[in-house]
Design a protein around this ligand. Structure first.
Ligand code: DAH
Length: 366
């Protein structure tokens, strides 16, 4: 009798629990069902606690019956859980959509700007890289020997005065033959020519953008500014090649089909012949005017010799240009001093988006 009651009771409980499992509409409700059924204080566990008071002959059968209910309910719980999880995922996949065509957030663009000098350096590097030049570097603090002497500017040469050099204190370094030599803040990027020729064998084709220093300050001069140097050395290079490279560079840089260019005879101790480079300002909307962008020439035989190259075998050309000047010309920036005053309003106005990386294929300027 007892056993028949228990059987019915167990059956009813199982049906009730399975019904609750099947009816649980989401994972939270299912968890509540699990706790109230097979949790420590749940209805199935409560049945187990009855075992102790049962006569031994009933205990075994009852225990087995409760255990199998527990197993079936647990199985049903697992299955329902898997089904509900799958349903929830389906729902999220159907509702949550990622629109990959949306424009990117504007935040990062406005937080940082690329300085016009960096932008123009990158543009120039891109142009010269396309012509097969690689980028060389040298230190800002340079020896007097590399900044002047090896460039065929001996001690008494007037060009030393023209450079308004920042000298370091006396006896800054010792030369190879033990003499004390002063260090300088490099006055131009030309010592990178020397470093390159001393360190590598021709053919050489490098550019060297970087900071240079002269004790000079007004609207178009700052004590620190930027130059880009170029050097080509092999056995046959001539002035015609130099002119072609400069013309191609200007066309690409100013993004125009035609650039008027003229060489004005000049003098640099490290080149012979030497010339100053002017471009017709038509390209930048000032018809009839000429603008000087830099100096150039064929590398002087003494310079080649100073670097251990035989001038009977090798020759080449070099040029140096002001990067800041190029930036002023291309982007219409009037005052050079503003470049280095660290005024964020200026940078916000004249700076470039971090995403406008200059490439020849995609266009140099934004
Ligand atoms: N170093 C020169 C200057 O700062 C510019 C220059 C002129 C560089 C002629 C050259 C060159 O490489 O060939 O004024």
């Amino acid at each position: 009798m007892t056993s028949a009651t228990s059987d019915n009771e167990l059956k009813e409980l199982e049906e009730k629990l399975l019904g609750e499992v099947a009816g649980a509409g989401d994972l939270d409700v299912l968890e509540q069902v699990r706790v109230s059924a097979v949790g420590k204080k749940g209805s199935v566990s409560a049945l187990m606690s009855r075992l102790g008071k049962m006569p031994p002959e009933e205990r075994k059968a009852f225990g087995q019956a409760v255990n199998s209910i527990k197993a079936r309910v647990t199985h049903a719980l697992d299955e329902r859980k898997a089904a509900l999880a799958a349903q929830e995922l389906e729902k999220r996949l159907a509702n949550e959509k990622e629109d990959v065509t949306l424009p990117i957030r504007l935040g990062p663009q406005f937080e940082g700007r690329i300085h016009p000098v960096s932008q123009v350096s990158d543009e120039l590097v891109e142009i010269f890289a396309d012509m097969g030049f690689s980028v060389a570097e040298g230190p800002d603090i340079e020896s007097d020997d590399l900044n002047f002497t090896k460039l065929n500017i001996p001690l008494e040469h007037p060009a030393r005065q023209e450079h308004d050099t920042f000298y370091f204190g006396p006896c800054s370094v010792k030369t190879d033959n033990g003499e004390a030599e002063r260090l300088v803040l490099r006055t131009h990027t030309s010592p990178v020519q020397i470093r390159t020729m001393m360190a590598s064998k021709p053919p050489i084709r490098i550019i060297a953008p970087g900071r240079v220093y002269r004790c000079d300050s007004d609207q178009t001069h700052t004590p620190m500014f930027h130059q880009i140097e170029a050097l080509v050395i092999d056995e046959q290079t001539h002035m015609g090649n130099l002119k072609w490279v400069l013309e191609e560079m200007c066309k690409a840089f100013f993004e125009v089909e035609e650039v008027k260019m003229r060489f004005r005879a000049s003098h640099f101790p490290f080149t012979e012949p030497s010339a100053e480079i002017d471009i017709g300002a038509d390209a930048i909307g000032k018809p009839g005017e000429w603008l000087e962008i830099g100096g150039c020439g064929m590398v002087h035989p003494n310079v080649l010799r100073n670097c251990g190259l035989d001038p009977e075998v090798y020759q080449g050309f070099a040029f140096g240009m002001g990067i800041d000047r190029m930036a002023m010309l291309k982007y219409g920036l009037p005052d050079l001093r503003a470049f280095f005053s660290g005024d964020l309003r200026w940078l916000k106005h004249y700076g470039f988006s971090v995403l406008d990386v200059p490439t020849l294929a995609g266009g140099l300027s934004p």
